[in-house]
Design a protein. Sequence first.
Length: 142
Amino acid sequence: MGSENSSNKCVIIIDYLLPIGLIANTAAVLSLTLGKKIDGIIGADVYDSSNHKHTGITNIPIPILKGTKEGIRDMRMRIVKEEFFNLLVVDFSNAAQMTKNYEDYTEKLAQFSTEELQYLGIALYGEKKSINKLTGNIPLLK
């Protein structure tokens, strides 16, 4: 999945009622996965006027939106059931938050059905029209 297409959009929705540390952790986990999954989302390294290197950062805007756990769960269920199969969907759930490593996460996640998971956040990337249809009325997290 490439990021160079301007008809694509990326958003992160996080449960605004989480403690600030958990909001930050959720954003970090979702962002790292986006960075791995979307080709070209990270720009080239750049240099300042002192010739010091600054490692490339994201080259597309990634707004973080103010979600609720119910709203995120409903969106996750909607994405599975509707015409949004072409979107990249990254979610962060209570199963991930309860574990200390990836092996534990995979074991814990296997114990839950999709409906039983409690989502802390979700990241979406894909066609701008589809993203706007899903998130158009969700305000920015401030």
